[in-house]
Design a protein around this ligand. Structure first.
Ligand SMILES: Nc1nc2c(c(=O)[nH]1)N[C@H]1C(S)=C(S)[C@@H](COP(=O)(O)O)O[C@H]1N2
Ligand SMILES: [Mo]
Length: 428
């Protein structure tokens, strides 16, 4: 039988329990009354439905001279959208399981800060610890302290909850707000670091702990005239102790500035915003915590959802071809189509591909093994017999049976697009 703790690893029960606690006044928020939130979320829905939200368009702008992102963003590897940059999927052709750092997507709310490892400290505090109730009394860890603790390495994807958002508009004719990602706001890397459970134990964790809230050192996020404070989002203690890592290495190198140097959180299978970069502090509370990132943003709002929305935790099932958008392929030649599929709910069980607009589906052949929280690579031979336009489709099913649908139910902020994507190519 599932215990309360097990249930908190599951997004549905986590949300229901936290929502009940919050609406009953048992959760501690910062800065926003329930009334204000309700007004805001209702207004958000209306604005987005009326097309007042920033419409998702496929237009990519090039990086400004004073780029908020530190690493180079060459146009053959990235589409750049202001403070965010997505990987072009053709950049994964001929790559192994991991996405190299030079092409890993970046999602910054403001900009990449410059932080020195020598003076950096992680401050852990809160009523869920013995003797460190406030941030002034926090238990401090230096970079060296963390590096000396037992290390662990995991393979896991980081994926933005909004990955695929542009297809709400281009495939489903719906207006949603937020960055108009195609499918490149995802990447798999090897993350090395120390388990959050180890750090919390050393900080004096007690059985009273309920939620933890990691917070970033990047600038406050101001949106629509409202200062939401530093980027932060709570996690239930059960998930925090289960498999969360405080990572200081990515693909065998020190964490690059854009990906959270010196230390970031990695929350396997959960949406990207959970994996707080440039970690500065962690509150460990004996009561449920809220931040705008789990009450206003990264929730599903819209006609099919309750007024207060539904929180998002795990990622959905998706697939992508390792091809340029509007690729040109040789006519009359046998070629191998390659791609990858992934899910936040478990390994991928099967992938089917259609090259004829969705009539005939063939099983793709798996390449390599799906490791931990990574993805499944696959390939399928194809010979386009005649010249002209084709639409490629890949649809995956994970081992829990979650398959990609033909439509994703609308939500105003355009999260969790899992429908099969129609990828245009031309054979010449
Ligand atoms: N401190 C901080 N952490 C953050 C963010 C941020 O802007 N600031 N962006 C989040 C979001 S929305 C995503 S999708 C991931 C992106 O990680 P990446 O830039 O390493 O790909 O980081 C998350 N962690
Ligand atoms: Mo994100």
């Amino acid at each position: 039988m599932a215990t309360d703790g097990d249930r908190l690893l599951d997004e549905g029960s986590y949300d229901q329990l936290r929502a009940r606690q919050w609406w009953a006044g048992a959760a501690r928020g910062d800065g926003m009354s329930r009334r204000a939130l309700l007004q805001l979320s209702a207004g958000l829905g209306v604005a987005a439905l009326a097309g007042l939200g920033r419409p998702a368009s496929a237009t990519a702008v090039s990086a400004p001279a004073d780029s908020p992102i530190v690493k180079p963003l060459p146009p053959d590897l990235f589409y750049v959208y202001g403070t965010n940059a997505e990987m072009r999927w053709e950049a994964m052709r001929d790559q192994g399981e991991l996405v190299p750092i030079d092409r890993f997507f970046v999602r910054d709310h403001t900009r990449t800060p410059s932080i020195e490892a020598d003076t950096w400290r992680l401050r852990v505090f809160g009523a869920g610890l013995r003797g460190a109730p406030t941030v002034e009394q926090a238990v401090e860890f230096s970079y060296r302290d963390l590096r000396r603790m037992p290390a662990e390495t995991i393979t896991a994807f980081v994926e933005c909850a909004g990955n695929g958002r542009s297809f709400f508009t281009t495939q489903q004719n719906q207006t949603v707000s937020g960055t108009a990602w195609k499918l490149g706001a995802v990447g798999v890397a090897r993350w090395r670091g120390v388990r959050l459970a180890t750090v919390l134990a050393r900080a004096g964790l007690t059985a009273d702990a309920v939620d933890v809230m990691p917070q970033g050192l990047d600038p406050d996020w101001v949106n629509a005239g409202v200062n939401n404070g530093p980027v932060r989002r709570p996690l239930p203690i059960q998930k925090a102790l289960h498999d969360v890592l405080l990572a200081y290495e990515m693909n065998g190198e020190p964490l690059p500035p854009d990906h959270g140097f010196p230390v970031r959180v990695i929350v396997p299978s959960w949406i990207g915003i959970s994996s707080i970069k440039w970690l500065g502090q962690i509150e460990v509370a004996d009561a449920p915590l809220v931040s705008p990132w789990n009450t206003q943003f990264y929730r599903l709002f819209g006609p099919g959802y309750p007024t207060e929305g539904t929180v998002i935790t795990r990622q959905v099932t998706k697939s992508a071809f390792e091809l340029p958008w509007d690729a040109t392929v040789p006519v009359g030649e046998r070629q191998l189509l390659r791609g990858r599929s992934w899910s936040g709910n478990g390994a991928i069980g099967q992938v089917e591909v259609s090259t004829d607009g969705g009539t005939v589906w063939r099983r793709a052949l798996p390449i390599g093994r799906h490791r931990q929280h990574g993805w499944q690579r696959w390939e399928i031979p194809w010979r386009p017999a005649t010249a002209g336009a084709y639409t490629l489709r890949a649809r995956a099913t994970d081992v829990t049976g979650r398959a990609q649908p033909t439509q994703t139910p609308f939500n105003t902020l355009g999260y969790l697009f899992d429908a099969v994507v129609a990828h245009p190519v031309t054979a010449t």
